[in-house]
Design a protein around this ligand. Structure first.
Ligand SMILES: Nc1ncnc2c1ncn2[C@@H]1O[C@H](COP(=O)(O)OP(=O)(O)OP(=O)(O)O)[C@@H](O)[C@H]1O
Ligand SMILES: [Mg+2]
Length: 470
């Protein structure tokens, strides 16, 4: 604590001296030393606005550059209310590698910035453009997005021409369609995704209350006891090469890709456009659809400009995972080991089921396989509402299916039976204790299924956009 307090005094003397030499009045109303919650030490010096003239001269680009030199290389910032901020503690460096820390439902964890994690709601993430020359971490990043989407109950559509990015998802139950491994197949995949938009559009039209988002649709579906729709992540790796192979920026594929962007949003389809290089023309087609740009080191200034992240050209080539973004500055993307995704069978993701879910499924599976609303209330301590939405969500994932003609009654599917038989931790019927463990507040492990898809954090809000970037 206060390790840099004396530096603050020295720095303000240096700044004052320099301002005076520049014939600017070093009149400060106050000078403060402060430490941020992340333990960065700052000196803040507020100009006395009543005594300084020509404020513009105090903040010119040239003067700011000089002040940084005067402050012995410490970063100097101008704050809009008329103050200088000088970082006294060392500039933090992005770490070389940060291992993916595990999923959080409803949140996409991107990686670490200098001062904390970059994590967004799916809604804030929007459609994504990913650029980067070979070997800089695009595939690892795509894999992490796919993994998080699946863990969050969503589905995957993917074009993976190289066949190296997502082989572990081959035959995975969360795959909406087989992985496209040729350009032509990628074209067909896009058609299929647009077809799904069409299908969902019809479902939306038939739903009461005229839903305008997947979230609204699902809310209504749950109210009516109908199946909900899962979000789908559509990943187009090698996007530029595929555009070239299928008619160029004016061709059908590029048009469909753009169309999927604007149609898909309403129906819960999120698109990731990834490539080593992007031409101006290709970006022109999709630019308006993309919300988040994650640019790893790119080979050419043209690509950096085209994707709107010029800094991506200047990133080090020997720092895989390091990226510059359009909205959030630099980030070290999480490293997600392939082994985390695959297991021996290649079919199931570990932790696909929460512990509570696994317990309930195992209990039903070892008995008559039925999971009614009443059982969820009794066995799982859920509220009526949670039980209903949970069943709808499970039905949507193919984990339970309607039991004959009874509306409130479902039974566990074979798919879950298979999962349970592979799970090392699944409790068997014999060691199940029938009562809800005491001390766990009712419903505490059950978040209502829809809350995950609500755009909880508006983009640019302080919680996900704190700290500054140089
Ligand atoms: N986030 C990361 N953190 C640390 N190392 C990483 C990260 N991402 C990738 N790497 C390292 O870089 C290697 C290449 O990454 P990746 O396969 O994702 O590259 P790529 O951009 O997809 O390349 P290509 O265009 O050739 O497909 C990885 O095998 C890994 O060793
Ligand atoms: Mg790759």
């Amino acid at each position: 604590m206060n390790a840099y307090f004396e530096d603050a005094e020295a720095v303000v003397r240096l700044l004052s001296g320099y301002l005076a030499r520049k014939r600017l009045n070093p009149a400060f109303r106050w000078v403060k030393y402060t430490e941020s919650p992340e333990n960065d030490a700052w000196m803040l010096a507020m100009l006395d606005l009543g005594r300084v003239q020509n404020l513009a001269a105090y903040r010119s680009q040239e003067l700011m550059t000089d002040l940084r030199a005067v402050a012995k290389g410490r970063p100097v910032y101008w704050l809009e209310d008329g103050a200088y901020a000088v970082l006294l503690s060392p500039v933090r460096k992005l770490p070389k590698m940060v291992v993916f820390p595990g999923t959080k439902r409803g949140v996409v964890r991107i990686g670490m910035r200098k001062r904390g994690e970059l994590a967004l709601s799916w809604a804030s993430l929007g459609h994504v453009m990913v650029a980067g020359m070979t070997g800089v971490g695009k595939s690892v990043f795509l894999r992490s997005l796919a993994y998080q989407m699946v863990q969050d109950g969503g589905q995957i559509m993917a074009a993976d021409i190289d066949k190296v990015t997502l082989p572990m998802f081959e035959a995975h139950p969360a795959l909406f369609a087989p992985i496209a491994e040729t350009e032509v197949a990628a074209g067909a995949l896009l058609e299929r995704a647009l077809g799904e938009c069409e299908h969902r559009s019809n479902l939306f039209k038939g739903m009461e209350g005229y839903p305008e988002t997947l979230e609204e649709y699902n809310k209504a579906a749950i109210r009516l006891g109908e199946a909900t729709l899962a979000p789908i992540l559509v990943m187009l790796d090698e996007f530029s090469a595929t555009v070239e192979a299928l008619g160029g920026a004016r061709g059908n594929f590029a048009s469909n890709a753009a169309q999927l962007g604007w149609r898909g949003r309403k129906f819960g389809l999120r698109v990731v456009y990834a490539a080593q290089d992007f031409s101006k023309e290709t970006v022109g087609k999709i630019r308006d659809q993309v919300k988040t740009v994650v640019a790893f080191k790119v080979r050419s200034q043209e690509t950096a400009r085209a994707v709107g992240v010029e800094k991506a050209y200047h990133l080090p080539a020997d720092h895989p995972g390091m990226a510059s973004t359009n909205l959030y500055g630099y980030v070290q993307a999480y490293y997600l080991d392939k082994a985390l995704i695959t297991n021996e069978s290649g079919l199931a993701l570990p932790n696909l089921l929460s512990e509570a879910e696994e317990e309930l499924f195992a209990r039903a599976w070892s008995g008559d396989r039925k999971l009614s609303r009443a059982r969820l209330i009794e066995w799982g301590g859920m509220s009526e509402w949670t039980a209903r939405s949970t069943l709808a969500e499970w039905a949507n994932r193919g984990w339970v299916e309607k039991d004959g003609g009874q509306t409130n009654s479902f039974c566990v599917t074979q798919k879950i039976g298979d999962l349970l038989s592979k799970s090392p931790t699944a409790p068997t019927g014999s060691n199940w204790s029938p009562s809800t463990p005491s001390g766990s507040p009712t419903g505490s492990k059950w978040s209502p299924s829809l809350s995950k898809w609500s755009p909880s954090t508006p983009s640019g809000s302080p919680s996900e956009f704190s700290g500054r970037e140089e």
